[in-house]
Design a protein around this ligand. Sequence first.
Ligand code: ZN
Length: 894
Amino acid sequence: MTMFKNGLNSVRILILIILAFLTRCVFGLAQEIPSTKDVLGFDVGSDHHLASYKQAYEYFQALERASPMIKLFELGKTSMGKPMLGAVITSAENMKKLERYKEISKTLALGKGLTDAEARRLASEGRVIVYIDGGLHGTEVAPAQHNLQLAYDLLTSKDADTQLIINNTILILVFANPDGMDMVAEWYHPNVGTPYETSPLPHLYHIYAGHDNNRDSFMLNLKETQNIHRLTNREWYPLVLCSHHQRGPFPARIFIPPNVEPINPNYHPLLVRWKNLIGSAIGAAFDWKGMAGAISRIRYDLWSPDMVDTVGDLFHTVSICPETQLYFYATPHYYTLNDLPEEYRGFTPSVFYPNPWKGGWWRLQNAVDYVLTCSKAVLHTAALYREKLLYGRYQMGMDVSARFQKEAPYAWVIPKLQWDAPTASLMLQKMQMMGIEIGIAKADFACGGISYPEGTWVIAMQQPFALYVKSIFEEQRYPDLAKLPALWQGTVRPQPFANAYLPPYDTAGWTLPYQMGVKVVPANEPLEVALASLEEVLPPAGSVEGDAGFAYLLSPKSNNCFIAVNRILREGGKVLRARVAFDVAGKSYPPGTWIVRAGSVSKGLLDSLAKELFLNIESVGATFKVETYDIKVPRIALYKSWVATADEGWTRWLFEQFEFLFTNIHDADIKGGELNKRFDVLVIPSMSTDDIVNGHKPGTMPPEYVGGITGEGVRNIREFIERGGSLVLLNSGCQFAMDDLGMPLGDALKGLRPPGRGADPQAEAPRFACPGSILRMEFDPSHPVAYGMPREAAAVFSGSQAFTMLPYRDGQAKVIAKYPQGDLLLSGFLRGGNYLNNKLAAVEIPLQKGRVILLGFGVQTKAQPHGTFKLLFNSLYYGSAQESESADKDTVGF
Ligand SMILES: [Zn+2]
């Protein structure tokens, strides 16, 4: 019986094999290419279904097995260790010559030693490499889902448009945030059908950066950003880039270029034309298909180069950042006429919104279709203009190189003598990672009347991507759009009254040398010195000077010292910090100098730290006397609210990079009290008091994520401080101390700030505005929190604070940093700077046995301002270094 059944099965299998063979012969190979339903069991875009990254990976592997037109590769690992998937999709013919096309793309992008005739020949031979990514922002689900459908369609469609795409372009399709794609799928699916189906994630959808993973493009802190820009800037040199998002301006269904004003003044004009051309082609694709709701010239400007697309433009990659409409995840939603804003209910067509959307259902499937239509239009336009795009890339590079042979800046000089040399070299390494050529002077030279020695770092501007360097190094002057309405004709931002404040979409100023505390000098005359190209930028080598009989000294100026000290402490070393300036053997040392007792660590450890971290460690043979703090490993708590904030993620990232041990604590930990038993320092990131105290409102989230630290938590934090703990508040988080801890500080900007994005229209022009800019700041380097800082330095102002001191009895409040007199703006935009003059920016307030440290500006915002990281790190050590008996004893000992 059993045998007979097996026999029957064998026959059935044989028939199936024959049928499959016949199908293949009749219909060709395309029949073998599996759909997502075949592999995953559902169609892309189905209601309540999100493919996880794991599933997407599995599907792409199936595609690769089935077609010679797709090849998978790994961009590198994600922040959480997943392989980051990329797929090359092109005709089988092109695939055979991939290396050749890659080489052509690179050669035309860099243009080195190429004649015009050669460039034209390469342009006629080459293919357009197009980079498209989906899922950079994890909760914007449609783009990542669309990747699956786009690959399938390109491999299977036989129509003329698709054939043109396949033959003329090489698509690099990337999953930009695999970790986030999985996190969102894992959060969403169990919530489907519950009251929490559309609830936000209680944690960041990129483990460190959340939404800020698209604010990291010149900083390259994250593994994903590094992987993407290695691909775009040093390997594939795509001509066109499309980074999909899903925060479309309501009620439009998708935003496409042209963008809104203003643009980065460093774009090549041809680049801007290409963007507009491709944007119009995308718009036309929607209208051909009768898909309503494509809009342009709204919300998204082209000012700051911290995003995947806006940075690409500076490398002459025509970069598009479409924003499709999102409801929530894969949940469908029906919009009636009354859901649309009043001005859109008449469906008035306009130049940049000629086919208004009229409401109705909006499902994930619709969003995927919009993203898909957009991607195909981008590819099709790239295919149509293949040769012109290829040659145009070469032309833009040549124009830029030629421009800086005739005008300043001819170069940027970066002296090796820096406040913190390893940080300076880190900045240059980041420039190299973006494909910028760095040189060193082969001889001594002078520039602007100043002499520089042989070996000085120089960035010559006669290179194709020199405008990127200019953009990153120069001071930004964000234009006051309202002042010159005629100049900005066509601006479609709402301007409710004369002199209204029109903020940038993102930050107004970012000048990297200011943020990192690095000195760079523009050469306003041609440099008369030969340069050698530098493969790898390294700071001057570190070493341990002399033999220490008594102590080693480390400068408080170098950020790398924090890593060194953390390692020394963990090895059981004895570390002190000088509380005042002191002299040893005729040499002066500033307050905050690190003193490591010689007997407590091996010389070998110090040697290896000096070498690895480029530190100059001095040794002292004889005893000397100076007042000190005793430094212990601080027991650090970093508050992590269920209202996820990127500032917490960046702070966590920074602690890990600088090797501080810490514990993330939640509302329940703070409500549980007894914080002093576990921690010396509690850090609260930049966030609102309401989010800290009240958290998510009841009913909006699963119960375990509802509510903040509550009044009980506030009392416990106060008790923690009174018993000797240190509370460190970052940026807007400082408001908590004023709102709920009764700190004796006034808010100097109360009632002056402009309303946030999405708030009610402004009733009048705000008297104060400073959207993400860089200001001059004065520090007191004798305060333990400002040890190692210059007296004056650049500081990031972004939703930041300015304090006035109120009468206080509990002890002497101490000023750490303040906004000085005079013009404060270094880079960006500032209106009403007089409201900041002489106001306080960072303060220490003692409270019984402990203290509150308010760092009222962006000391570590997006982990970019290396120049002010010290304030946060110093706060951590200061928090555990009580003015204890042991400190006094050591004073005697010294
Ligand atoms: Zn987005």
